[in-house]
Design a protein around this ligand. Sequence first.
Ligand code: ADP
Length: 256
Amino acid sequence: RLPVLVGGVLLQHHSFQVITFVLDNSARKELEQRKDAFISMASHELRNPLTALKLQTSLLHQQLVKQSLQAPALSSMQTQINKLIRLVEDLLDVSKIQAGKLGYRQERVDLDALLHEVADTMQQIEATHTIVVRGATSCSLVGDKDRLGQVFTNLLSNAIKYSPHARTIEMDLSASDEAVTIRVQDHGLGIPREKRDKIFDRFYRVADPRQKAIPGLGVGLYIVSEIVKHHRGTITVESEPGKGSTFQVMLPQKRT
Ligand code: ADP
């Protein structure tokens, strides 16, 4: 009887482990789902009042301009509101990616014009850094203009954010028959080798004392890599801690 009993105990012990594992897994899944639902709900709830505030401040601004009045406090409010809207929209994009619902348009995109547009807009907001754009005069591909603009904006905004001392950011565009390559180079903090694969993960941020004061949610590069993937492209990074980073996006040219 003993071996059977021992066998029975072993079997029970074994199934206990299996049950714990199944419970663990489903509890973790449920928590993940709840977290995703929370992010989606919270970002929707935050977006509406922010959009209303944006509208009201811009109306107020127009009225003041009509009376030839300057309102620096109002401009700074508008900048803060725009930053908050950007954060909330990033969170909404993460929810949409998780749900497989991030929509893409198919249109001809002039990448050269888009890159200049993004650089000009960023240069107006961030006067602290100089953005230099170099490269091919004309190249286009089929994709989603706004989403590709979001890729360049995010990379540029990171390059600025993580370069508190080095003030020049270079963007560079080159094209072959098959592909377009966009590089965004900074001379800032850099990324340690062992962290380079992880920075594209959802909610991942490099835990470095020098980066602690730099704000962020750790979703920008996750969204960037999803958009690049959707366009059948690749994104890679070269970096040297203390010297800077270069992000390279390669997008295949799909002729129409
Ligand atoms: P966030 O900037 O909001 O933290 P991202 O997903 O855009 O989120 O980036 C993830 C992490 O990758 C950042 O927290 C930062 O540690 C690192 N990182 C991204 N871009 C750069 C860069 N240009 N230079 C140095 N570190 C970077």
